[in-house]
Design a protein around this ligand. Structure first.
Ligand SMILES: NC(=O)c1ccc[n+]([C@@H]2O[C@H](COP(=O)([O-])OP(=O)(O)OC[C@H]3O[C@@H](n4cnc5c(N)ncnc54)[C@H](O)[C@@H]3O)[C@@H](O)[C@H]2O)c1
Length: 321
């Protein structure tokens, strides 16, 4: 029997890729998800599904009693604007839920490796020019980024004081099949949906703001590698933190143009006023992940966008809309 792995948020976009990567690697995979944004259909039948909220005693009991080899913790509230509108609710879930799981691991006494999905897009802020290395100063601009960074600090505490085996993966902007086109995040998913409809694509501001787009399959592979890599002791916040991105900045205009070309759509590209407080440039440095995890992105932007667009087309055909 392979490793026993729990994926929280495994019914969501990135989690569903992580689940598939571990199943393909021969692991016995359990999923914990409350289906608030995820869907049961994203979970392959080979995985064991637990319909549980990460903030509850039942979730803690499952973790305490199961003694997983690996926990990939992705379940979260991911909408930055919701975190701004309701910071306490965001913290209750994103900090409180994570602490519930970390406490359960501590109480289980098992040598579980705890791989946390953090963010490279929201913890660094605008202090240094991209690509941003893990050790760059942290300056989260939102409750969402502040909560993710807080969990990283808590993981440092659990590692140093209680010997927990924790890792933080700081993703840039993730895209790929199964992303929700109706959420606030996920410009690629939103654009794909509109291109298929032939409706206009809206770009906020001049569209020269850059992001680092990484394919979800590559992010899943980073989780797989982080689950077993031999890592240094967690002596400081960044010791066990790894950026997961491409280091390449792509602006929204280029993204829209590439997708429109791949789709063959005639959708217009329109501009709306810039969004207040939006970061201008963002990309993460990945030399440390290459060195310590043996991880590099393998899917280039054009290939990844094609795979993603094709998936959205296929999904429309299946649901017949
Ligand atoms: N999408 C990105 O570009 C990106 C970038 C950086 C970090 N991340 C992080 O990656 C992780 C996955 O994000 P995603 O884009 O796949 O989002 P998603 O919304 O598709 O996935 C989140 C999953 O967690 C589940 N969930 C939410 N609250 C829960 C709760 N209380 N208990 C149990 N399950 C719960 C949802 O139902 C969903 O299946 C998140 O932690 C997110 O912060 C995402």
């Amino acid at each position: 029997m392979g490793r026993r792995v729990l994926v929280t948020g495994g019914a969501g976009f990135i989690g569903s890729h992580v689940v598939r990567a571990f199943l393909a690697d021969g692991a016995a995979v359990s999923v914990m998800d409350n289906l608030s944004t995820g869907t049961r259909a994203h979970v392959p039948p080979e995985a064991m599904f637990h319909h549980l909220d990460i903030t509850t005693a039942d979730a803690a009991t499952l973790v305490r009693e199961s003694q997983f080899d690996v926990i990939c913790h992705l379940a979260a509230q991911i909408d930055v604007r919701k975190s701004v509108a309701a910071p306490a609710a965001d913290a209750q879930l994103n900090i409180g839920g994570s602490l519930n799981l970390l406490e359960a691991v501590r109480m289980s006494g098992a040598p579980t490796r705890f791989v946390f999905s953090s963010t490279g897009g929201a913890v660094y802020g605008d202090l240094v020019a991209p690509p941003t290395a893990e050790t760059a100063p942290k300056d989260p601009q939102s409750p969402y980024g502040t909560a993710k960074l807080s969990v990283e600090y808590y993981m440092g505490y659990y590692a140093r004081v209680h010997g927990l085996d924790t890792v933080a993966l700081r993703y840039s902007n993730v895209y790929g099949p199964r992303q929700d086109p109706h959420g606030e995040a996920g410009v690629v998913a939103i654009f794909c949906d509109r291109l298929i409809d032939g409706s206009p694509i809206t770009i906020f501001g001049d569209g020269r703001q850059t992001r680092d787009y990484v394919y979800a399959g590559d992010v899943a592979r980073a989780n797989l590698l982080a689950a077993t890599a031999t890592l240094p002791a967690a002596t400081a916040l960044d010791s066990r933190a790894f950026n997961v991105g491409t280091s390449i900045e792509t602006d929204v205009v280029r993204l829209a143009e590439v997708l429109r070309r791949l789709s063959g759509s005639t959708s217009a590209i329109t501009h709306a006023p810039a969004r207040a407080g939006e970061q201008l440039r963002s990309a993460v440095a990945i030399a440390k992940s290459a060195r310590a995890l043996g991880w590099r992105p393998e899917v280039g932007l054009e290939d990844g966008l094609r795979l993603t667009y094709d998936w959205f087309v296929q999904r429309r055909t299946e649901v017949g809309s």
